[in-house]
Design a protein around this ligand. Structure first.
Ligand SMILES: Nc1nc2c(ncn2[C@@H]2O[C@H](COP(=O)(O)OP(=O)(O)O)[C@@H](O)[C@H]2O)c(=O)[nH]1
Ligand SMILES: [Mg+2]
Length: 312
């Protein structure tokens, strides 16, 4: 497919073109960058919500319910499932259609994102893919992120609203000890409220939260049962309240600025590296000098920069 027709498809919201565009952007190559170059500037604000939590906590089930609820209200919904596992071990093999069948059947767009191979590249890939989805005619974008280590915090940095799922019976201390995630969450969900221990978990989370003040957002704790949809309306209300808070307190501009800065830095780094590597001989010499201790890495990088500056 030509880049131009892919772009036209993206702005029209055509699923096939969107799928193609996301693969190109995800792979981080030159064609993906050409595509990003052609994206129209963001028109309005598209709320992006990340759902994180341990495997099996019900993220996919809950996202499908939230998505269905949004579709019923006439919203246009895209779901990006970010899976840092190998494409052969998880949902990617099942195919996106099988992932959230009811949502897809009612016109939701669902796509999984494998990785660029390294976890470090995931947040950047995700940020670019979200930018692409913002250029498509969606009014809400939901992101599922597998809860592993530092990475969930990374992905959290590319969405506006972070929902942290907890479930009873997993060993509450273990879940709560992940302080990094606790701090970035805007909404706490206690899923599987039909299971024993759910009420205790809700109380425990509420006790941990700071007392409310007008200038800061106080994360609500929302008990839900994703399998039946119980509590999903309350969750939706919490998501909307957080989005309203962002708008009312000038945080949208702040988020836009932070995103622009991060994306600019990452594209610049990629371009610079590509430029340096294209000077094959100079690059090889620099690598060799560092590898065999003839030069430290900082001086070698400085020399490369100087060299590039002198190139026409
Ligand atoms: N009992 C109960 N099971 C649930 C609930 N929500 C999800 N599940 C089940 O938990 C399992 C994992 O759900 P899934 O959405 O795939 O979790 P994910 O790995 O976080 O995406 C599935 O078997 C779901 O049916 C719930 O509210 N109550
Ligand atoms: Mg899942």
């Amino acid at each position: 497919m030509e880049l131009e027709s892919i772009l036209a498809g993206v702005t029209a919201g055509a699923p096939r073109a969107l799928g193609k565009a996301l693969s190109l952007v995800e792979s981080g190559g030159a064609r993906g960058r050409e595509l990003l170059r052609g994206l129209p500037p963001p028109a309005g604000w598209v709320p992006t919500v990340g759902f994180t939590g341990p495997p099996g906590s019900g993220k996919s089930t809950l996202i499908e319910q939230v998505g269905l609820s949004l579709l019923e209200r006439g919203e246009r919904v895209a779901v990006l499932a970010v899976d840092p596992s190998s494409p052969f071990s998880g949902g990617a093999l099942l195919g996106d259609r099988l992932r959230m069948p009811r949502l897809v059947a009612r016109g939701g767009f669902v796509r999984s994102l494998a990785t660029r191979g390294s976890l470090g590249g995931l947040a950047a890939a995700c940020a670019d893919c979200l930018e692409l989805l913002r250029a498509a005619p969606f009014s809400w974008v939901l992101v599922e992120t597998i809860g592993v280590g530092q990475d969930e915090v990374d992905v959290a940095s590319v969405v506006d609203t972070v929902v942290l799922l907890q479930v009873p019976g997993l060993g509450d201390e273990v879940q709560l000890a992940k302080a990094g995630v606790m701090e970035v969450a805007h909404v706490f969900v206690v899923n599987k409220k039909d299971q024993p221990g759910a009420e205790d978990l809700v109380r425990m989370l509420q006790a941990l939260l700071p007392s409310p003040s007008p200038q800061t957002w106080r994360p609500p704790v929302v008990p839900v049962q994703a399998t039946t949809g119980e509590g999903v309306e309350e969750l939706l209300a919490a998501l909307q309240a957080h989005q309203r808070f962002l708008a009312d307190h000038g945080h949208r501009e702040e988020l836009r600025w932070q995103r622009a800065e991060r994306r600019l830095a990452s594209v610049l780094a990629a371009m610079l590296q590509q430029k340096a590597r294209s000077q094959r001989q100079v690059w090889q010499e620099a690598v060799g000098a560092v590898a065999f201790g003839r030069e430290d890495v900082v001086s070698a990088a400085e020399k490369l920069l100087q060299y590039l500056r002198e190139q026409p």
